[in-house]
Ligand binder design. Structure first.
Ligand code: 5GP
Ligand code: ZN
Length: 141
């Protein structure tokens, strides 16, 4: 029993060391993951964190991130597919819980053209009671 507990503690310590390696010291979202910067948490598990966007642009606006530091979706690899899929799977449930119960929008700004500002992969989950504005202004014809 005591041996099992010791093994559990050693495993946890190894996991913490692994996590530390997987995080970027200066990345603002990694700092949120580590609890160095506060956030309004919506959901958390071993791989994923969701928290309210600090500057919301819709009545419901939260961010879903992998705890591992992956700068952009372009840099995600096959090994990240599981966590990215998990984030997609969580989005509808969390959106509903936050009050977006009749649809929502997922946005993953990626790289320069995508105007990604925080270089740690994140999904914006946006919604509310009323339909959102158009995705991008359509050129006039
Ligand atoms: P991006 O333009 O990179 O897709 O979006 C980054 C988002 O992160 C923005 O909507 C911005 O408001 C949000 N954000 C930036 N810094 C913080 C922070 O310290 N806390 C929280 N909760 N959101 C942040
Ligand atoms: Zn990061």
């Amino acid at each position: 029993m005591a041996a099992n507990r010791r093994l559990g503690t050693a495993k946890q310590a190894a996991l913490n060391r692994f996590r530390k390696r997987m995080q970027d010291a200066s990345c603002i979202f990694c700092r949120i993951v580590r609890g160095e910067i506060p956030c309004s948490k919506v959901y958390e598990d071993e791989q994923v964190l969701a928290f309210l966007d600090i500057h919301p642009i819709a009545p419901v606006h939260f961010l879903l991130i992998p705890k591992e530091h992956v700068p952009t979706l372009s840099e995600a690899r096959a090994v990240h597919e599981a966590v990215l899929g998990k984030m997609m799977g969580l989005a509808p449930r969390l959106a509903r819980e936050q009050g977006a119960d009749d649809g929502f929008r997922l946005i993953v700004n990626t790289g320069r053209v995508g105007r990604q500002e925080v270089l740690h992969v994140h999904m914006h989950v946006l919604g509310g009671k009323e339909p959102l504005g158009s995705m991008l202004p359509r050129p006039k014809t």
